[in-house]
Design a protein around this ligand. Structure first.
Ligand SMILES: Cc1ncc(COP(=O)(O)O)c(C=O)c1O
Length: 461
């Protein structure tokens, strides 16, 4: 058994970490040196069992875009489920409400969630491709269903083009289009092309002239080799798990043009970018494209596990009864969560409200570049997601610096006061910054000050 992570002066947290290490395999988590124990949470804050307050700079993993336990969202979620506010006062063994599972049946909230999600996507997209919803319970499952449908549309075109070092999930076909051709056991249907990471190494390169020609040339070369066997193209608006690379808009526009010219199904994986991260409700608006299928997840349910592939009806029509079904897809809890999320984004200007905090955080992160162990900062302009890349320095690897920073952020001022909750690095060297969109400018200011002090503490006097 891997020894459990332990920290000084955290007896209750240490006991919880040890208990988990005893009954769960370590593979269930990616390595995060803090391994915070979260006793309760509200808005941008978590509290440890010892009562320490942590600014959540992860939103779970870009899930709780509206903050933790938002009151209005939760009230709506209860209302959609028909749950009484004070369930402890209910007499009897059962109470009438929406069923928590409705497999192969239909609930009115499923009809509403699908209709409203399509309407929201259509409003943003301006085109006619957002027609139908293929529900799923996780991002990788929704990716799998999108890829199944795209391949079924024309079974003579089974090959998929994916952008190198993307992340689409760890299961099945989602894993097959993740990473690169050098990963073990590649799926013979998948070919990888270059994502323009060199053009987006740092926020300082934003707006620099960009020529999509070399990227189109790679796609043309594949077309030359495989022709109409290529049926699907999949990418992310920005490489998330691959290390936070936010490309020029012209890149996505160019690949969309290539897909349309060759009748290739364009799948955009917005599982982590959706619901505001890029400064628009959907990232395809930020990037000025309309994919054939957009894949949603994470923030879609603000914490309730739900995902969906949404797009062209003719693509989804290629799958027959049962080919996209499973126990949890479109279950009422999912649908109530989606409706509550849509309500919240429609009732108030969540995205407009985050702009000032976004600027505060970006300034604070860019200031970290004064430290020799911070190599770059990347992120969405006016959005709520960045990656801070660490460098090899003073005999320590980038991964060691990144992990030390995550731990120093967790320790805050080191005296049992506030800290910042971060996850272990992406690609071994990039620490992702993704607080809830609802973080206020004052909260953002306090949190980036804690990060600055964490960086200062890592510098030898
Ligand atoms: C862009 C992207 N696609 C797909 C996934 C997979 O989602 P899930 O973990 O819900 O299967 C993720 C998860 O991080 C993601 O970031």
């Amino acid at each position: 058994m891997t020894p459990p992570i332990q920290h000084p002066a955290e007896p209750t947290s240490n006991a919880a970490r040890a208990a988990v290490a005893g009954v769960e395999p370590r593979s269930l988590r990616t390595f995060t040196p803090s391994q915070a124990v979260l006793a309760k949470s509200a808005g941008v804050y978590h509290w440890t069992p010892e009562g320490r307050r942590l600014f959540d700079f992860t939103s779970g993993v870009l899930v709780s875009n509206l903050g933790h336990n938002p009151t209005r969202w939760t009230r709506r979620f209860f209302d959609y489920m028909g749950w009484p506010a004070g369930v402890s006062d209910v007499a009897g063994d059962y109470f009438p409400a929406v069923a928590m599972t409705a497999y192969n049946a239909v609930t009115p909230i499923e009809a509403d969630a699908g209709r409203r999600l399509v309407a929201a996507l259509r409003r943003e997209a301006g085109g006619a491709r957002m027609e139908q919803v293929m529900w799923a319970a996780s991002g990788s499952e929704a990716i799998q269903k999108a890829l199944w449908a795209a391949a079924a549309r024309d079974r003579t075109r089974p090959m998929i083009v994916a952008t190198r070092y993307g992340f689409h999930g760890k299961k099945g076909l989602a894993n097959a289009v993740t990473g690169s051709e050098t990963d073990a056991e590649r799926d013979a249907r998948v070919r990888f092309v270059t994502f323009p990471t060199t053009e987006c190494r740092d926020v300082a390169l934003r707006g620099a002239p960009f020529d999509p020609a070399p990227y189109l040339k790679e796609l043309d070369a594949l077309w030359h080799q495989f022709g109409r066997r290529l049926g699907t193209f999949i990418t992310e608006p920005y490489l998330g798990g691959g290390g936070s690379y936010h490309p020029p808009k012209a890149y996505l526009q160019a690949v969309q043009g290539w897909c349309r010219a060759n009748d290739v199904v364009f799948i955009l994986d917005e599982v982590q970018a959706n619901f505001g991260r890029t400064g628009s409700l959907f990232a395809f608006t930020t990037y000025g494209v309309e994919p054939d299928v957009v894949v949603l997840g994470k923030g879609l349910g603000n914490g309730v596990p739900v995902a969906a592939a949404v797009g062209r009806a003719d693509v989804f029509a290629a799958l027959d009864y049962g080919e996209g079904s499973d126990t949890w897809s479109a279950n009422p809890l999912n649908c109530a969560a989606v409706l509550a999320t849509l309500d919240e984004f429609e009732a108030r200007d969540v995205i407009g409200g985050m702009k000032e905090s976004s600027a505060v955080i970006e300034r604070g992160l860019v200031a970290l570049k004064e430290y020799p162990f911070v190599a770059a900062v990347r992120g969405e302009q006016c959005g709520m997601v960045w990656g801070v890349e660490f460098a090899d320095h003073a005999g320590k690897t980038a991964a060691e610096w990144a992990n030390a920073f995550v731990l120093a952020g967790y320790q805050g001022d080191g005296a049992g006061g506030d800290g910042v909750h971060l996850l272990g690095p992406l690609s071994k060297k990039v620490v992702r910054i993704s607080p809830p969109l609802t973080i206020t400018p004052a909260e953002a200011t306090a949190a980036v000050a804690l990060l600055a002090r964490a960086a200062a503490r890592l510098t030898p006097a």
